[in-house]
Write a protein that binds this ligand. Structure first.
Ligand SMILES: [Zn+2]
Length: 315
């Protein structure tokens, strides 16, 4: 009985999704579901593949009234996300929280019904509503203007609920706390805390155990403030054990987020010391030393070359 109802729901919504969807993604990547608790799941990508794959990690949270998604991956993956949800529950998707504006985290928002309550930080809502956006050159062959999919008739898929510093959704076992600690990866990054599960989704404030991409050019992110924002989260979010990152394939633990703040702020300190000693950005990058205690964090040259000049310019 349950199986029949489930298949019917998939068919009806599948037709809607196909019509609403943009052209099918030519390059499909599988979604890998992980069960964290009996009402919290995360949809990652196949660890055997490299690169962006399905986009950012999507959390699936079951409440008494419906399903909450955190982030919706790349445009065209709405049907794939919904198919995974249908493996877990027949309940409708009622809420989407986007950790930030980027194409790989809010790309398939318009593939869900426009009755879904979309929740973001107020700056992310403004970024999505912008008529001039660019999610950063160099991602898979060029710039991607994700805000364009929220224009015209699609403005109905812009956020319905926004907040400025802290916001709570639902209560009891369903409680979700949203936190904003300042600029970093963008100027509207939300930390999403599933209270009962003692789990946080960090979005790209911790994409993985490595130096971040700072979207200073288009979404008002800040390399200079990234460390303080991360430290704000480490100090200000209580009672979390498990960390869903923006892009890592497996969940991390709270100490990893604490260490991530330390790792980033150590780079900030090395850049400031280098500047005080009169060294150039190139010299600071060449002289960068990864502290032993952060040996499991990656500091690739390309990221240092983006971040260090921003730090020296106070951006
Ligand atoms: Zn991002």
């Amino acid at each position: 009985m349950r199986r029949i109802a489930c298949l019917a729901a998939v068919t009806v919504i599948g037709v809607t999704l196909a019509a609403a969807s943009y052209e099918a993604q030519s390059d499909r990547h599988p979604i890998r579901p992980l069960e964290l608790t009996d009402n919290l799941y995360v949809l990652t990508s196949d660890p055997a593949e490299q690169g962006m794959r399905t986009g950012g990690n999507t959390a699936v949270f079951l409440t008494v009234d419906g399903v909450v998604l955190v982030d919706t991956k790349i445009k065209g993956y709405g049907a794939d996300i919904l198919a995974q949800v249908r493996q877990i529950t027949d309940m409708p998707v009622t809420t989407i929280i986007n950790t930030h504006t980027h194409w790989d985290h809010s790309g398939s928002n318009p593939e869900f019904p426009d009755t879904v309550n979309i929740v973001t930080h107020e700056n992310t809502a403004a970024n999505m509503a912008s008529t001039d956006c660019d999610d950063g050159a160099g991602f898979e062959g060029g710039s991607i203007k994700n805000c364009e999919q929220f224009q015209g008739d699609n403005a109905r898929f812009l956020p319905d609920t926004t907040y400025s510093t802290q916001h709570t959704l639902f209560s009891g076992a369903d409680r979700i706390d949203l936190y904003y600690f300042g600029r970093g990866h963008t100027d509207g990054d939300t930390f999403v805390v599933f209270k009962d599960a003692r789990t946080v989704h960090t979005g790209d404030m911790m994409a993985r155990k490595g130096l971040p991409f700072i979207d200073a050019a288009n979404s008002n992110g800040s390399a200079t403030e990234f460390g303080a924002t991360l430290q704000g989260a480490a100090d200000g979010i209580p009672d979390v054990d498990t960390v869903i990152t923006g892009h890592a394939d497996d969940p991390h633990v709270w100490q990893d987020l604490v260490d991530y703040a330390g790792f980033y702020n150590d780079l900030l300190m090395q850049a400031h010391e280098g500047r005080a000693a009169g060294r150039s950005a190139a010299e600071i990058i060449a002289g960068y030393k990864l502290p032993d205690r952060y040996a499991d964090f990656a500091a690739p040259a390309g990221r240092l070359q983006q971040i260090v000049p921003l730090l020296l310019e106070g951006r």
